[in-house]
Design a protein. Structure first.
Length: 387
């Protein structure tokens, strides 16, 4: 099970470290290893969130996430995205931006970090919305009941999460954005526009995927009812392809829902990955060393996501998603604070790890109290990919 799930990650690690040793020597090998660990520590909570969404997707879209998704994560977000940011910021063509990244690494690093306020505002508000929508929703299981119960009650106001996020953005724009550490000067307008962009992206992508998911569940219920009524005529409903009202099939609708969930996952990954890219500049400004190290770490996050889905871990340890969402909320706030103030990546990574560790420990204690040893859930979601 372990080798099947993490086999590709182990193979990529050996290949990547070997390549680093050949191209850049022992120093390059050490830097790639450090960057891999940095990425894993910063994105561990991302794996839990990914697993919570991935288990809702069918086998085909799980494969897409684990194949196309990893290409987007490794090459798109860790290598191409910083170059695109430089091209936009410096008003350069893509080829000139690549040449700058290779030939003038110091200037390239300066341009990437100067774009940090915009990216931090976008990612911070996007992640904050994920946390707020989670914490304001009524749930069967409550980890920190003294916080979650009252918040769930006031969360019945549908627009509350948007209001809180906009207030956080406004406070950030009027405080930390007035004299930023990255790029210098007043970035109030940049932060406001980027934060609104993050909010709109969350509402559009999350809203559409939620809409299609809701329609799919409703159509599945209708198909089950129709199948019961037609059992004596055309066979059981489970043997026939469910068809939704209006002509399209439930399979097509599932594809639309999964497609927008896939986009949602990629935006989440983008919000996490840029924080790792900025942190990586404290270690190296070589884009290829950086992409290799962060890419290896991203592979382990994908494998960990698969492991959590296959083992049914989120069903067995019911507070894990709570811990991951609290970590995401903390990261959203940290991103907004880093618009002006430097926060060590070790602190950022430890916050997520500690919150998830505490939620896991609480889940274990709950299972012991209820006589559940935390064995694999009987209702696992199966990921068919060998990644």
């Amino acid at each position: 099970m372990l080798l099947k799930t993490f086999g590709w990650s182990f193979a990529i690690t050996v290949l990547g470290l070997g390549l680093a040793g050949v191209l850049w020597g022992w120093q390059g090998l050490a830097i790639v290893g450090i960057l891999s660990i940095l990425e894993i520590s910063l994105s561990f909570d991302n794996a839990v969130i990914n697993a919570g969404i991935l288990r809702k997707m069918n086998a085909f879209w799980q494969k897409i996430f684990l194949t196309v998704g990893i290409l987007v994560a490794v090459f798109g977000m860790r290598l191409v995205f910083p170059v695109v940011i430089v091209a936009i910021t410096a008003k350069l063509g893509p080829i000139e931006a690549v040449k700058l990244a290779i030939n003038d690494k110091a200037h390239y690093e300066q341009l990437v970090t100067s774009a940090h306020p915009a990216i931090a505002a976008f990612g911070g508000i996007f992640l904050l919305m994920i946390f707020l929508d989670f914490i304001f929703e009524e749930r069967d299981y409550k980890w920190l009941g003294w916080i979650e119960k009252p918040l769930a009650r006031i969360g019945k106001l549908d627009t509350l999460s948007i209001i809180v996020a906009l207030v956080a953005l406004l406070v950030s724009a009027l405080t930390v954005a007035t004299n930023v550490a990255h790029g210098g000067g007043d970035k109030t307008t940049t932060v406001l526009l980027s934060g609104i962009g993050g909010l709109v992206t969350y509402l559009v992508v999350g809203g559409i995927s939620g809409y299609f998911e809701g329609r799919l569940e409703a159509d599945d219920a209708d198909a089950a009812d129709d199948g019961e009524g037609a059992e004596g005529v055309g066979g059981k409903g489970a043997d026939a392809a469910p068809v939704r009202k209006g002509g399209g099939s439930a399979v097509g609708l599932a594809g639309k829902a999964a497609f927008f969930m896939f986009l949602y996952l990629e935006v989440i990954d983008a919000s996490f990955s840029f924080d790792g890219v900025i942190g990586a500049f404290a270690i190296t400004n070589d884009i290829f060393v950086m992409a290799l190290g962060l890419g290896i770490g991203a592979m382990y996050i994908r494998s960990l996501t698969v492991f959590l889905v296959r083992k049914g871990t989120l069903d067995d340890y019911v507070y894990l998603e709570h811990g991951a969402h609290y970590a995401i909320g903390a990261l959203g706030v940290i991103l907004l604070v880093t618009i002006r103030y430097e926060i060590n990546e070790v602190v950022t990574g430890l916050v997520g790890v500690v919150l998830i560790a505490l939620s896991f420990g609480s889940s274990v204690l709950r299972n012991r109290r209820e006589g559940k040893p935390g064995q694999e859930s009987s209702a696992k979601s199966e990921v068919t990919s060998g990644v």
